[in-house]
Design a protein. Structure first.
Length: 262
């Protein structure tokens, strides 16, 4: 298995390291010890020389490239080592494994979604993700089909935009997640119960509206939250098990807090 090129290292240097090694292998024809100017990578990748210096330092420490300081160039001349060339071959095999690549795509899409704050505008954009640093696996850009797979197999929430939670404080819940939480707090009611069905329908309407990119309608959000709170509070007042009463009370407190923040 690849050691560092395969693992999702999302900082700028880590994201570029695998691409640099594959580029160096191509530039040298896979010949150990053949020297290439590190600065050439900055022109190829359209990145800064400082980033190249960080990549060179990282790969040199791993023993994947050799650094040649005799020319005085900054970044220095570099060449691939047998260890680095062997690592690149393992990456070739890993990238060719579609199932492993797709598992990475799911993790990468979620990491990018979380890092970029895409919950503010209703979800991730495929084009944006494809050019992010997370979208590179073993030094290569993920194909569009892997992105489509990741999107289809991830349940990325459309969150409730209320109060300070829009600015990242607290926990983001999607409308549908909150509806499921409210329903779970009332096991005494069937799925066909009109009150439970109304909570689900309001959540579905808000979720569908959020997919258009517009902020959710404030009055509809308030109706959804108030109805959810009333349903949960009724459960906490009903006669039943201690665990059910506690669950209903917790959900009621959560929804009441959201109403106060709105």
């Amino acid at each position: 298995m690849p050691t560092n090129g395969l693992s999702p290292v999302y900082d700028e240097t880590g994201a570029a390291s695998a691409r640099f090694l594959l580029w160096l292998r191509e530039e040298t024809g896979g010949v150990e010890g053949r020297r290439v100017a590190g600065s050439a990578y900055a022109h190829h990748e359209r990145c800064t020389l400082e980033l190249v210096e960080g990549v060179v330092e990282r790969l040199s420490a791993l023993g994947w490239i050799a650094v040649h300081n005799d020319s005085g160039a900054v970044p220095p001349l570099v060449s691939p080592t047998p260890t680095g060339l062997a690592e690149a071959r393992v990456w070739d095999e890993a990238y060719a494994d579609r199932e492993t690549r797709r598992r990475y795509a799911k993790a990468a899409l979620f990491a990018w979604w979380d890092r970029s704050g895409k919950y503010h505008d209703g979800g991730p954009g495929a084009e944006d993700f494809l050019w992010s640093r997370e979208a590179y696996y073993c030094g290569r850009q993920l194909p569009l089909e892997d992105l489509e797979y990741a999107k289809d197999h991830l349940d990325l929430p459309a969150p409730v935009h209320v109060g300070v939670m829009e600015h990242g404080a607290g926990v983001f819940l999607s409308f549908e997640q909150l509806a499921r939480l409210v329903q779970a707090s009332r096991p005494d009611l069937s799925e066909s119960d009109s009150e439970v069905r109304q909570v689900r329908e309001l959540a579905a309407a808000l979720t569908e509206a959020s997919h258009g990119g517009a902020p959710p309608d404030a009055s509809t959000v308030e109706r959804f939250l108030r109805h959810s709170r009333d349903l949960a509070q009724a459960g906490s007042r009903s006669v039943g098990s201690m665990s059910r009463d506690m669950a209903s009370g917790i959900v009621s407190d959560i929804v009441s807090s959201l109403l106060r923040l709105g």
